[in-house]
Ligand binder design. Structure first.
Ligand code: 3PG
Length: 331
């Protein structure tokens, strides 16, 4: 375990008092362009203030300059999908830790964080049920023709493909079982036994998943390897009436190829919680075969905000007090 603020037992009393004073004056900034529910902010405040630190809130900011100004004297930072790049880290002269209250940390420049000696963490699993519930909600909406009153289809008996079997994927599987779906998953990093134990049939390539399943639910992170990986060549494997649900990241989709595919395959539908750059064009072209939420809302529930926000605050306190770096992602 790395003890960043560990005080050696033999330190003189004055030094201990000095360190303690330092710790007590910590400023924890919550910078959320898309704010947490108030009840979650109250919970974060309680954890932070109980530790003797000060909570600073920057919610619904509209310009990067506001973030640059607010981070100047922050010792710790809690964010959601807010971008923490080299410029933000340059401006954050006191910063020791940034915690992404959520799963995906593609919005943090990890190399820059390391270069600035800033520990970066996420809070895995804390908001995954909320995202999974929305994935199922989007599925129902799509197979009921966007609730337009026409006759749709049911999820029961359909084959669901979970693309990446992490915390969200597992929750999607759990809920989809209740709908009576047949569940398959592909995840290069998850052992077959884990899926089998949860009643999920493991497949061994993305091609196999897309060929087998009527509905595919995306849960892959945005990495250099996955960006643009959901492309024409992969989608063309999907059976007639196929449905793709994306509650992951827009960057994993090759938008140009998705549009070309949907123009050719007029039976195919795409519903997403991460709005494509070509949203307007896709609405015009595909009408009720396409839907995007106006703002990413998978993790936008009071429960997910409380879980992820308070976990982030606790991880910060645990880091400063005990040097715990369990969820560090820039090792
Ligand atoms: C995540 O990575 O945890 C989800 O995409 C949620 O993101 P959000 O906190 O911006 O809603």
């Amino acid at each position: 375990m790395e003890h960043v603020y560990h005080i050696p037992e033999q330190k003189e009393k004055e030094t201990f008092v000095f360190y303690t004073t330092l710790l007590k004056n910590m400023k924890v900034l919550v910078a959320t362009e898309k704010p947490f529910a108030k009840v979650a902010v109250d919970g974060i405040r309680e954890v932070v203030e109980k530790a003797g630190y000060q909570l600073i809130l920057l919610e619904k900011y509209t310009a990067k300059e506001q973030l640059l100004e607010a981070v100047a004297d922050a010792d710790a930072l809690i964010i959601r999908s807010d971008n923490v790049d080299a410029e933000v880290l340059d401006a954050a002269k006191q910063l020791k830790i940034v915690v992404r209250a959520g799963a995906g940390y593609d919005n943090i420049d990890l190399a820059a964080a390391t270069a600035h000696s800033v520990v970066a963490m996420n809070t895995p699993g804390q908001n995954s049920n909320a995202v999974a519930e929305l994935a199922l909600g989007l599925m129902v909406m799509a197979v009921r023709n966007m609730y337009n009153g026409t006759s749709g289809t049911e999820l029961k008996g359909k084959k669901l493909g979970i693309h990446a079997y992490g915390n969200v994927g597992r929750n999607v599987a759990r809920i989809a079982k209740g709908f009576g779906m047949e569940i398959y998953a592909y995840d290069a990093y998850c052992p077959d036994e884990v899926m089998v134990a949860e009643g999920v049939m493991p497949l061994h390539s993305a091609e196999e998943l897309y060929t087998t399943c009527d509905v595919v639910s995306l849960h892959i992170p945005a990495t250099p390897e996955t960006k643009g990986s959901i492309n024409y060549a992969l989608l063309k494997n999907m059976p007639k009436g196929g449905l793709l649900v994306n509650t992951a990241r827009k960057e994993v989709i090759n938008e140009e190829e998705l549009i070309r595919f949907m123009q050719e395959r007029t039976d195919f539908r795409y519903v997403t919680d991460v709005m494509p750059a070509a949203d307007q064009k896709m609405h015009e072209l595909f009408e009720e075969r396409y839907f995007a939420t106006p703002k990413k809302m998978g993790a936008q529930t009071a429960e997910a905000n409380i879980n992820a926000g308070i976990a982030a605050a606790k991880q910060i306190v645990d880091f400063f007090v005990n040097g715990v770096t369990k969820f560090q992602v820039n090792k």
